[in-house]
Design a protein around this ligand. Structure first.
Ligand code: EPU
Length: 337
């Protein structure tokens, strides 16, 4: 196991921020994880990175970074209708989705092209185009940094919510996810009603619906409006879509009849943060190399040399402006370090 000291995290975060880690270790298996953890001095900050697609470094990381690279895809069991597939936390998410589609296992196709790794997917219950991880999640295995043992979590244990799980809340920084098992379907159930999927399938001239066609449609939609992190640094949606009181929504709707809204929990309505940010005038805004994407206002971007503080500063300005204009408080989805 190699420990690197004072290394740049720039290749390891999709924002492309040039922050340094005091110590850095690549983890390729459970035993190297337990060994690395045993070497970390007590009280030393620890960060587990997967694809680095949901973090913003606003300063150097004065602790240990463990880069989760645990590989492997394994069928655990199957019956007539379902197949249970377990993947290592370090498996690239999109490669995993494509692998399942190739095999004819349905359930993940709407989640195509989401950056990051398998291990991070349950952390924030990734979701897109009407599907969330929780819909196909069976269990995960994780290493307890306190108890120094491996623990299995069911879906209930994970307490999934909208871009939320127990690992972002009460168990934050207490477990390292090592493997995740998904319950996929041999007989697909197609989710095509959300967003512009149906329209995209028509544009593509698809006559026979397949999971591959849905994946292709999702890829085309995402490529159309989301910047490619390999070209322009970003971490996908920077903020969550806020849920507001439905009465508040109706007041706003009266002022802005075109404001979209989706029913959420009792008496609450979810509104697209991208719409609010665009309407507040931020879409395409740029300050040096930090900015707001010009096709999706929910995505903050690094055009090259921006540092994390500059991107964070723009996020503050956006939050203040949306609060002032609409009375809506935005919450960051990206983890700030
Ligand atoms: N909108 C605007 N202006 C913008 C952006 C969006 O008016 O600049 C409006 C759109 O016209 C649409 C609505 O906002 O009416 C929703 O936009 P979109 O379908 O692009 O989705 P989103 O709500 O902005 C969410 C997820 C994405 C996911 C898409 C598709 C969150 C925080 N984001 O974005 O997830 O891909 O839906 O399901 O829930 C991510 O989490 O990183 C992510 C990319």
């Amino acid at each position: 196991m190699e420990i690197k000291y004072n290394i740049s995290l720039k290749p390891y975060n999709t924002f492309g921020i040039d922050a340094e880690a005091k110590a850095f270790v690549s983890i390729a298996a459970e035993d190297s994880l337990t060994e690395a953890v045993s070497l970390i001095p007590e009280k030393e900050p620890l960060l587990v990175l997967g694809g680095g697609s949901n973090v913003l470094f606003t300063r150097h990381f004065n602790g240990w970074v463990l880069k989760n690279e645990i590989p492997g895809i394994e069928v655990k069991k199957e019956n007539e209708n379902n197949i249970w597939v377990e993947a290592g936390a370090g498996v690239n998410w999109h490669q995993f989705v494509l692998y399942c589609i190739e095999k004819g296992w349905a359930g993940l196709e709407n989640l195509s092209l989401i950056p990051g790794c398998v291990g991070a997917s349950p952390m924030q219950n990734i979701g897109a185009y009407g599907v969330e991880i929780k819909d196909v999640f069976e269990y995960l295995e994780a290493y307890s940094l306190h108890e120094k043992t491996f623990v299995t979590f069911s879906a209930t244990d994970c307490k999934f919510g909208y871009r939320e799980s127990v690992f972002k809340k009460e168990l934050k920084n207490r477990f390292v996810i090592t493997r995740v098992c998904f319950r996929l379907s041999k007989k697909p159930f197609f989710h095509t009603t959300y967003g512009s999927i149906q329209q995209e399938l028509e544009t593509m001239g698809v006559t026979e619906l397949t999971i591959k066609a849905i994946s292709d449609a999702v890829i085309r939609i995402r490529q159309g409006k989301l910047p490619d992190p390999a070209v322009t640094g970003n971490a996908g949606s920077f903020f969550k879509n806020p849920e507001i009181d439905t009465n508040h929504y109706l007041e706003l709707k009266y002022r802005y009849p075109e404001l979209p809204g989706y029913p959420a929990s009792m008496g609450r309505t979810k509104v697209p943060a991208g719409w609010l940010i665009e309407k507040a005038g931020w879409k395409g805004y740029r300050e040096g190399d930090a900015g707001v994407h010009d096709r999706q206002a929910l995505v903050l971007v690094n055009y090259g040399q921006a540092n994390g503080e500059q991107i964070y500063a723009i996020s503050e300005k956006i939050m203040n402006s949306v609060l002032e204009k609409f009375g809506v408080e935005l919450e960051r989805e990206v983890n700030i370090y």
